[in-house]
Write a protein that binds this ligand. Structure first.
Ligand SMILES: NC(=O)c1ccc[n+]([C@@H]2O[C@H](COP(=O)([O-])OP(=O)(O)OC[C@H]3O[C@@H](n4cnc5c(N)ncnc54)[C@H](OP(=O)(O)O)[C@@H]3O)[C@@H](O)[C@H]2O)c1
Length: 301
């Protein structure tokens, strides 16, 4: 397939004020694209647009849970640049501290689904007619959490698995019209979102170290992700995995996931950390594990 050139294309980026969004905006702009920067923080958006220059950068405030705001932002982008070729649906949120399904605050759970799933869907809903008209490309920022076990991070993992499925369906639905869609699966990236698991919260840090073997526990830079985003769009890639060390696990997930899950159930240190997440008074669904069987590792026996 011929390379899809980004020069003079118009790319809309949600979550443009965050780590990956900002790096992506810079990289796409450097490739010659007009960038439409969507976010909630007006001063951060304005600063990024100033850095890139007003000629090819348009900052617009929009919360991805707000369909009317997204519709308006897309219309303004189309009015300014004459159309919309590419969307990088990147905005997302994660719990600020680990929590189990038995104890997570319902509002926290629902907010994550609202932003990550409905926010992505609403972004697509506003932008799709324009991208289809231009035979462009949609890239959705999922995560390796689309297939990694989400223990203590379940709403995030569930939301990322959900957006992966949105894109699979979309890619097929777009098949006849010439537009394309792809999923970005990034591992740990050094951004505000992951600070909590890299020293920001001691328990979250210990859980990352316990649940992820060394090479998978390391974080990469947003710039590395941004470079792959550019290449992925230029190749209309269906799947983009960064860093590449996650690729085999993603490809073999049907075989690997049941084995990994079994290992995590028997992982004494991880089980002890999960146990410590739950306060004595909030354990309606968990009883101490018996000394034998799947949960026997909880107290190290
Ligand atoms: N960091 C990682 O390790 C990693 C790995 C894989 C995938 N991802 C995904 O990458 C994407 C970007 O995350 P990041 O790591 O760059 O984190 P980040 O620095 O926290 O950026 C998140 C961005 O999303 C925006 N956002 C959150 N809620 C929003 C809402 N309701 N409406 C509009 N924008 C909203 C944030 O804006 P505000 O500042 O206004 O909240 C921010 O610009 C997310 O989808 C995340 O799940 C991250």
């Amino acid at each position: 397939m011929a390379r899809y050139r980004l020069t003079d294309r118009t790319v809309l980026i949600t979550g443009a004020t965050g780590g990956i969004g900002t790096a992506g905006a810079r990289a796409l702009h450097a490739r010659g694209a007009n960038v439409v920067l969507l976010g909630r923080d007006a001063s951060a958006l304005a600063a990024l647009a100033r850095e890139l220059g007003a000629e090819r950068a348009l900052p617009l405030r929009a919360d991805v849970t707000d369909q009317a705001a997204l519709d308006e932002a897309v219309e303004r982008a189309v009015h300014r640049f004459g159309g919309l070729d590419v969307v990088f649906a990147n905005a997302g949120t994660a719990p600020t501290r680990p929590a189990t399904l038995a104890t997570i605050d319902a509002e926290v759970f629902e907010r994550i689904v609202e932003v990550n799933v409905l926010g992505t869907w609403r972004t697509l809903r506003s932008a799709l007619p324009h991208v289809i008209a231009r035979r462009g490309h949609i890239l959705v920022n999922a995560s390796v959490y689309a297939y990694v076990n989400g223990a203590a991070n379940a709403p995030y993992a569930a939301s990322k698995a959900a957006v992966e499925q949105l894109v699979r369906a979309l890619r097929v639905e777009l098949g006849a019209c010439g537009a394309t869609a792809g999923v970005l699966y990034a591992g740990w990236v050094k951004t505000g979102m992951t600070r909590v698991a890299f020293g920001g919260d001691p328990l979250a840090t210990r859980m990352r170290e316990a649940a992820f073997p060394r090479p998978f526990a390391r974080a990469i830079t947003p710039d590395l992700v941004a470079a792959r985003v550019v290449k992925g769009i230029e190749h209309r890639a269906a799947a983009l995995t960064v860093p590449r060390r996650w690729q085999a696990l993603g490809a073999l997930r049907g075989i690997a996931n049941p084995l990994v899950d079994r290992a995590l159930i028997r992982h004494a240190r991880l089980q002890a950390l999960l146990w410590s997440l739950e306060d004595e008074g909030e354990r309606p669904t968990r009883q101490p594990a018996p000394a034998t069987g799947a949960g026997a590792g909880v107290d190290g026996r």
